[in-house]
Ligand binder design. Structure first.
Ligand SMILES: Cc1ncc(C[n+]2csc(CCO)c2C)c(N)n1
Length: 219
């Protein structure tokens, strides 16, 4: 069985809780409170800077120049591309970047990003991709599932969010990370695999916590 298939199965029950979470369902049926989405957006914007830093650790730790380029391209894509959707929503909601940086990260957010950063600092490229993958992959699946709900992708407010994660570009970016995880885990021992699974499952737990943080407006 592929490494990523094992990882997927290990995290599956937590991912199902993400799909069933009222925040995610609310994006799908358009009923989500704007206040909750706005809080999510502010927290997520802060999250993305640390997420980019996790990839930056990959640039430092990679021995192979091609892998270095991959990590570097991801840093660039997050700081440029991923943040475009956020900035577009911030413009619609009248939020400036200065206002975002004045916000304190919720502990669920801070704990999540610091966990990823500590895994990246202690580990190598495989641990870094394991830490990054549940974020990328779970959003790819959430985007696809939400886009399959009739009318959801055409919602005047939440449609753009759904289309960006369900879109081909984003799905391809995620597929490349899934493939990279399998490459980097090739030939690893069972003990090394267990460490990757521990990281992947913990990050999935943090993903669930992030939805809950936004839903409860955790300060
Ligand atoms: C809490 C949280 N988890 C996942 C993502 C999704 N995400 C973050 S960066 C990126 C680009 C691919 O590496 C994607 C899809 C998010 N925005 N916020």
């Amino acid at each position: 069985m592929k490494t990523t298939q094992r990882l997927y199965e290990a995290a599956h029950p937590i991912w199902e809780q993400c799909h069933a979470h009222p925040f995610v369902r609310g994006i799908g049926d358009g009923s989500l409170d704007l206040e909750k989405f706005q809080w999510f957006l502010l927290q997520d914007y802060l999250y993305l800077f640390d997420y980019a830093r996790v990839f930056a650790y990959g640039v430092v730790k990679a021995r192979d120049p091609e892998l270095m380029r991959t990590f570097s391209a991801n840093v660039d894509a997050i700081l440029g591309g991923e943040m475009k959707v956020h900035r577009a929503y911030m413009a619609r909601l009248g939020i400036t970047e200065e206002q975002v940086f004045a916000v304190q990260p919720a502990l669920s957010n801070l704990s999540y990003t610091h966990y990823m950063l500590s895994c990246a600092a202690a580990g190598g490229p495989a641990e870094i991709i394991a830490a990054i993958l549940s974020c990328s992959w779970s959003y790819a699946e959430i985007g696809q599932r939400l886009a399959a709900i009739p009318g959801a992708a055409d919602h005047p407010f939440y449609g753009e969010w759904i289309r960006s994660y369900a879109g081909e570009d984003y799905q391809k970016t995620n597929d490349a990370l899934v493939e990279l995880m399998d490459q980097l885990a090739e030939g690893c021992t069972e003990a090394e695999y267990r460490r990757l699974e521990e990281i992947f499952v913990n990050c999935s737990r943090y993903e669930l916590g992030f939805w809950e943080m936004a839903w409860t407006l955790e300060r």
